[in-house]
Structure formats: structure tokens, C-alpha cells
Design a protein around this ligand. Sequence first.
Ligand code: NAP
Length: 350
Amino acid sequence: MADVHKRYILAAYPDGMPKESDWKLETGPVPVPGPGEFLVRTVFLAPEPRLRLMMNPTNDSNRAMRPNGGMTDIGKIMPCTILGEVVQSNDPDYKPGDVVEGFLGWQNYAIATRKGFSAKNNPSGIAKMDLSLGTLSSFVSVLGIPGLTAHLALRHEGKVKPGETVVVTSAAGTVGSVAAQLAKLAGAHVVGLTSTDEKCEHLIQDLGLDVAINYRKEKDLAAAIRKACPKGVDYYFDNVGGEMADVIKAQLNPGGRVTRCGIVAKYNKDTSQWRQSDEFAGQFTIHDHVAEYDGARKELSQLVKAGKLKYAEEIFDGFEKIPRVFIDLLNGKNTGKFLVRCAPDPKGTR
Ligand SMILES: NC(=O)c1ccc[n+]([C@@H]2O[C@H](COP(=O)([O-])OP(=O)(O)OC[C@H]3O[C@@H](n4cnc5c(N)ncnc54)[C@H](OP(=O)(O)O)[C@@H]3O)[C@@H](O)[C@H]2O)c1
């Protein structure tokens, strides 16, 4: 194989927002699979905000993100979910041409086994995708972990009823946009928060939310929430944590529910300064629901095909763009999913 293996390793622990120099690009020969292994060529690489936490030195507050102790560290590969194609295999169940999703990191080729890069951090291991359900890129956005997170959190914790009021933060993001639309489909009055007028317009015009709040522009966020939720808040889907979550939770009705999905407002902060309410304990964890992935993926696919669930993706071509795309994601420049295409889509689906 004439191609070159490229991978980004962590070069420095970031202080606040990461810089491109916090990673180092390494190149070498494309690895060859050993007994029981197969070689995956990355097609779409899907950065997500929580990867920022994995760039910190391991300590008590982020150990939950790295239960195996130092999944990432200086000199180790940057972790990430990818969607790729098996190109060489010594496992009869994973044939060349199969499309798989796995936590294989910032690299254009990866050696995998059926258990995946780390079965503990990614209990689903390497998952084979059923191409009849959607495009390749959708398997790491609306039909992937982000979509499954929104769907299963609403199923297990949201249990939204018609007429209820639901608030979603980071509502124009991948998880948030699915959560907000599913709450709408359940008959709720849905209010989404995001950081720009363009994203607010997307929430109303494209996704059909009832109210969109640009939280950066609001001088009195509590008053804006009160106005948008005249009957109080029945369910809060919290993607950001921190002070914004406090303001929304203060307006929960008696018996109101909260899904603590993520704490993106804190990912760039020194974890030693997190408040107890920012910790992971008690958070919804998608990997606790692996047995439901296949069924939930099919349900999401049906909604997408029926035009009831919309999703936005922006695809950047070129492996070397990964660090910039990840930093832009942390800066909120995304509407929907940011993806990096590292190789042509072998199925021509996108
Ligand atoms: N619990 C689980 O099992 C699980 C699984 C997957 C993901 N998650 C979590 O779900 C959340 C959403 O993930 P995603 O992949 O869909 O990312 P995303 O929402 O598409 O992208 C991140 C967004 O965070 C917002 N943001 C960034 N800095 C912020 C700040 N300081 N305050 C408020 N908002 C800020 C930005 O949106 P705005 O422009 O709206 O500010 C940005 O677009 C993350 O917290 C992630 O860790 C949890």
C-alpha cells in the first residue's frame, strides 16, 4: 500500500482553549494487521467537545473520562470516534468493504480488533453499520453516538409528555438539535439556547423550535427564560452545565426533570476549580445503554427518512484540518456536526 499512516499525538497539555501546537503530526508506514486484527481506513473523523477533557493530565476529576488511566497522554494518540472502511482483514467477521464505527483516534489508518480500541471506554467496541439506514456521515452524527445520546436520554429520563415545556442548551449542536426535535415530536413547547442569531434562526426555521434564545445577547437570561417558558420548565436537557444550567434549573416546576448530558461550558477550565455540581457523577452516560443502540438507530433512521428529524453537517476535507476543526467546535462555530473527511466515501453516500 503506497499510502502513508498519519496520526496526531498529544504534544502538550492545553491551558484553557487548545492551540494547534498542542498536537504533533506523525507519519509512518501504514500498519499491517496481525492475527485476528483488521485495518480500518478512516473516512469521517468526528471530533466532539468531551475530547478536550481527555487532553488534561489524569487527576481525580477527569479520571472518569479515562478509566483505564491515561488513555491519552503526552506522546499518545488523540482519541476520537471515526467512521471507516475495513481495507485488510484477518478476522472473518470483518471483511474488506465493511463500514465500521469505533473510537480509533485522530489517524487515517488504524489497526482494530473486534473489541475495539478500548472496550471499557467504548463498550460498543467496533460496530458494523447497516448502510440501508443512512449516509456514511450520518453514522457519526444523527445516527451515531450524538443522536443516540439525545434519543435514549429522552427515553429514559425525559419521558416528555404533550404540552410540557422543554429547554435545551447547545440546541444547535449535534446532540441538542436531536433532543430538541424529539421533544417537539413528543408534543412539547421547546425552547433552545445558542450563541448567535444565525443559529437561533436555524432552530426556528429549520428545526421548528418554538423559541430560540441567543444567550450571549441576553443581559437578563433568567427573564428571557421566564418569558419563553410562561408555565415554567418541566424538563431541562443540559449540554453545558455551569452558571447557565443554574439559571434554568431555578425555573424547574415541581417534579421537573433534568438530563445532565454534558458540561461543555467547563471543558476548557481547570477541573480542580469545578464545583461539585459540575462533576460527572449522576450524569447520563450513553455507554450504559449499548444494548439499545441498534433499535434506537433504526428509529432515528426512520424519522430522518420520513423528514421528521433534520440534521446539519459541515464536512471539512483533509486530515491536517483536524486540530483547527476541533478548536472551532469548542468555540461554538458549528451548526450541527463538524466532520473531517480523511478519504473519499467508498459507498458514494456522501
Ligand atoms: N452524556 C453522554 O453520554 C454524552 C454523549 C455525547 C455527548 N455528550 C455531551 O453532549 C454535549 C453536546 O455534544 P455535541 O457533540 O452535540 O457538541 P455540540 O453541541 O455540537 O458542540 C459544542 C457546542 O457547545 C457550545 N458551547 C461551547 N462553549 C460553550 C460555553 N462556554 N457555554 C455554553 N455553550 C458552549 C457551542 O454551542 P453554542 O453556539 O450554542 O454556544 C458549541 O457549538 C457535550 O457536552 C458533550 O460532552 C454527552
